[in-house]
Design a protein around this ligand. Structure first.
Ligand SMILES: *Cc1c(COP(=O)(O)O)cnc(C)c1O
Length: 897
């Protein structure tokens, strides 16, 4: 499907689609070769296509030099059938990944009769063992390197846990290309004496390479390469092989990126063992491994969990089907014990502790806590730990309800800041930095800055708005250097595994800021800015300047929560809290209490194990999986928007539609705009206030006459396509690490069918029908209610000071007031009473958190004065599900007279 339309016209998406491009190139080659074999085409075309592939294939272990040389020879010597046969076998092996398991795929001549001869002892691949590739970067034309690679391969034996194949390149640029396009690579061995420049060109990667901006320092090229690769893919194990001065290298600051420095003339055995050991370290899942051991032991249980060991299930006449459905292991692995090698999630000292430590490291954090009750609980834990009753939290009003309820529980005072509205699609974007800074500056003026504890934001939002986490934190810290940040990355946990998205994650930005703080230049930069700002900068000045904090004052305290189950292979409710906090040890006791407060005392073992396993997967194949998810997203985006029929009725919103121009300072428009390339995206990621996560795809369906809910229903009932969120006139599609190109094909086929249906109906219904259709579209697309802003808390719940009306309020007091029936009254939404109260008062004050789905954010919180905007919004709202509001009783209000 994507091969006819070359996957878009910008070069940007191609960076992500090299995997797909590769298989398309092979198929193109085959088509040309088949023609040639039938005497219909000429060998020139085959030559060109083959050369193109050769440049790409040196970055992969398979098919490797031997097979490529055989193909070249077939071509050279006009052996057409042999060429077609081999090329088709190779391209199929690449697609189906047969080469990972079957050593015969590596042979040029794998006639059935020859199997026995070809399988060399100790060299057979697979056997179910995980396969990976090792990038060897070593000086070219060196017989010693050839020998070393030979020796390295010769070390492999049947007892190894994994099997690997080397990919050999001889320069910096090819090495970078290799780790970008080849997600099989798990380890890199760099020899000294390599070149910088590539001898070939992979045009798709030229720009990415230019962006690297490496100042070539010939004497330390190997180390420079290590740093560059580690920066791009931090999960890789990097080994440096030095002839002369391993000790000197090991003491270089940059050697932190290197797992081990080895003396090059030592046995290749050493390297081989290190490589295996490095991968094993990531493969190990301390909790899961132990749970498997536990399940295989004979154990009598006298604790309270009848289901453990499955006897109550498998011996039952009545519930045996449950056992058969889930399988025995589930029950063998169930336990309420924290002994017998199992650890306690509440007080981990053993393998849960180890598993959490591994996860912390893998995700670029200092600490990680597994949570088995979803990110809903993670958020409440963090809020409770970092703040005390009365503290002010600056928070996105549209954040997930767990934050609002967290504030209720902790007695915190939310200071709501507004996201920019996207009225035409009935959704919100993210909170502009100016709104956050203004909140801080206002609180400062009111003398309340000391009470402000944290800034709490959603990154990315449901619809894919990604913050400039780095800039938000730097600028806020410039106003209050000890602010805590809570980034709710419920959807965004996977982003760590994309070099493209990582800078915009909480942890990615935190590590950038750490480096910035450690750089002596930063103090000077700060002082320069102070001078420019002068003694008494106006608010206007402060709002319009990219503020820098004083690096000597900053206490960097960053918390991230993620629903591991939403973007990685964890079981539902598996969540993590990631921490990078210089003052962690002073709040550790509180965090402990917060965990005790909120966590279940019966955590599910399978859930904990899945968190452990999700980490393993991301560390070993996350890079490729996430790249694939992004590529699929680009594919969906371009297939829909460029299809002549589908695009008549449906449209995917690009970054330019999702983010107003003022927040795209770099001028970036969209991934798929013609002429857009890697540079543009890199600038946008670095500089723009908001960036669109390409994997979150807003599909407008109002233009086809469907409202969001209706369209979701249609996809589910008729086509078995499930999706999550809807708005009045759109639905949200999302690609993730489990999607394949077939999913894209299915989706496009379905959209095509629906579009044709709509088109046909329109041709049949005549003018009258067309008019009705246009009216419907018009109503869905243009007759949309204004989105109501947060009004304010009633004065009873505020502490105004310095004559200013406080924005923050005591949500907890309002929340519990409604517990007493005599404090409450009800007013029907559509009553005259409601209108009268709006006009003449007394003000109506909400007793409840009112959340319509969609859009899914609270249009009212307890204690909030209800404005006309909100009433009008609710009256126009055409959704059935509104949490916190019973239509038959009306709005529940607090009586405050
Ligand atoms: C889903 C979600 C949560 C809650 O996470 P669970 O794991 O479902 O409890 C919190 N915040 C955001 C932004 C979410 O999307």
């Amino acid at each position: 499907m994507s091969s006819q339309a070359p996957v878009g016209t910008s070069s940007l998406d191609q960076i992500f689609s090299l995997g797909a491009v590769r298989s398309d190139l092979w198929r193109d080659l085959l088509v040309a070769a088949q023609k040639w074999a039938r005497q219909e085409g000429d060998s020139q075309v085959v030559q060109e296509k083959f050369q193109h592939l050769r440049d790409l294939e040196i970055l992969h272990a398979y098919p490797g030099r031997h097979l490529m040389a055989t193909l070249a020879a077939h071509l050279q010597e006009d052996r057409r059938t042999a060429f077609v046969e081999l090329a088709s076998r190779i391209s199929f092996a690449i697609l189906a990944r047969y080469y990972k398991d079957d050593s015969r795929e590596w042979e040029a001549n794998n006639d059935v009769d020859h199997y026995g001869d070809i399988r060399h002892e100790g060299e057979s691949l697979g056997g179910g063992r995980p396969y990976f590739e090792v990038l060897v970067v070593a000086p070219g034309n060196s017989p010693r390197v050839e020998r070393n690679v030979q020796l390295l391969r010769a070390q492999r034996r049947k007892e190894d846990d994994f099997v690997y194949e080397p990919v050999v390149v001889d320069n910096f640029q090819d090495a970078f290309c290799a780790i970008s396009v080849n997600s099989n690579i798990c380890a890199v061995a760099i020899f000294e004496g390599i070149d910088f420049k590539s001898k070939q060109s992979v045009p798709l990667l030229d720009q990415a390479i230019q962006e690297l901006d490496v100042h070539v320092d010939e004497s330390h090229l190997a180390l420079q390469l290590a740093v560059t690769l580690a920066d791009y893919r931090p999960e890789l194990d990097i080994y440096l092989l030095s002839d002369l001065r391993p000790e000197e290298i090991a003491s270089d600051e940059r050697a932190k990126s290197v797992r081990r420095v080895l003396y090059a003339v030592e046995e290749p055995m050493e390297l081989h063992l290190s490589i295996l050991e490095g991968v094993r370290a990531r493969y190990q899942t301390p909790f899961f491994d132990n749970l498997k051991r536990y399940a295989s032991k004979p154990i009598s249980t006298f604790h309270a969990l009848p289901i453990a060991r499955g006897k109550s299930v498998f011996k039952s006449d009545w519930i045996r089907d449950m056992g058969e459905f889930y399988g025995l292991n589930l029950f063998l692995a169930e336990s309420s014990a924290t002994t017998g090698g199992l650890d306690s999630l509440l007080e981990p000292t053993g393998n849960i502790k180890k598993a959490q430590e591994r996860a912390a490291k893998a995700f670029g954090a200092e600490h990680c806590f597994f949570v088995t009750n979803g990110t809903s609980t993670s958020n409440k834990m963090v809020l409770m730990a970092i703040a005390q009753p009365g503290d002010i939290i600056i928070v996105d009003r549209n954040c997930h309800k767990s934050h609002h309820y967290g504030m209720v529980l902790g007695g915190l005072q939310p200071y709501y800041v507004e996201a920019f509205p996207m009225k035409e699609y009935s959704m919100y974007g993210a909170v502009p930095l100016q709104n956050i800074k203004r909140a801080l500056l206002n609180l400062k003026k009111e003398g309340k800055l000391d009470q402000v504890r944290a800034v709490d934001l959603t990154n990315c939002t449901f619809d894919g708005h990604v913050y400039n986490t780095r800039r938000v934190m730097l600028e806020c810290l410039a106003i209050k250097p000890d602010l805590v940040f809570l980034w709710d990355e419920a959807w965004f946990g996977f982003a760590h595994w994309s070099p493209f998205l990582r800078p915009r994650t909480a942890m990615g930005a935190a590590s950038y800021i750490e480096k910035w703080m450690a750089n002596p230049e930063s103090v000077k930069e700060y002082e320069r800015q102070q001078q420019e700002l002068g003694d008494n900068p106006s608010d206007e000045q402060l709002l319009n300047t990219y503020l820098l904090p004083d690096p000597r004052q900053v206490r960097l305290r960053v918390y991230q929560t993620n629903s591991t189950h939403k973007s990685m292979s964890a079981i539902r409710q598996g969540s993590m809290v990631l921490v990078k906090d210089v003052d962690f040890y002073s709040i550790e006791p509180q965090l402990h209490e917060a965990i005790f407060t909120h966590a279940t005392t019966s955590p599910n073992q399978q859930l904990i194990a899945s968190l452990d396993v999700a980490r393993r997967q991301m560390e070993l194949e996350g890079y490729g999986l996430v790249n694939n998810a992004i590529q699929i997203a680009f594919d969906i985006r371009s297939q829909i928007n460029k299809h002549p029929l589908i695009s008549r009725y449906f449209q995917v919103l690009g970054a330019d539609k999702m983010i107003p121009a003022e927040y795209r300072q770099s001028g970036f428009q969209d991934f798929l705009v013609e002429g857009t390339n890697w540079d543009d995206a890199v600038c946008s990621i670095r500089d723009d206030e908001f960036f669109l996560d390409p994997t979150r795809i807003t599909l407008v369906c109002g233009t086809a006459g469907f409202d969001g809910t209706q369209f979701k229903q249609l996809l589910a009932d008729k086509f078995d396509i499930q999706l999550n969120k809807t708005s009045r006139n759109s639905v949200l599609l999302q690609s993730n690490i489990n999607n394949t190109r077939s999913d894209v094909a299915h989706l496009i086929r379905v959209l095509l069918e629906i579009s044709s249906d709509v088109e046909q109906k329109l041709t049949k219904t005549g003018e009258q029908g067309k008019l009705r259709f246009e009216e419907r579209v018009n109503s869905l697309m243009h007759d949309v209610p204004d989105l109501p802003n947060f009004s304010h808390f009633h004065e009873k719940f505020r502490h105004d000071s310095n004559g200013a009306v406080a924005v923050e309020g005591n949500i907890r007091e309002a929340f519990f007031m409604s517990w007493k029936e005599e404090n409450c009254e009800y007013v029907a939404l559509n009553s005259e009473e409601c209108d009268r109260r709006l006009k003449e008062g007394p003000p109506m004050v909400s007793a409840k958190m009112v959340i319509p789905y969609p859009p899914g954010f609270p249009i009212l919180v307890p204690g909030q004065v209800i404005s006309r905007d909100t009433i009008e919004f609710m009256r126009k709202l055409d959704v059935k599900e509104v949490h916190g509001y019973e239509a038959s009783r009306g709005l529940q209000l607090l009586k405050l007279r």
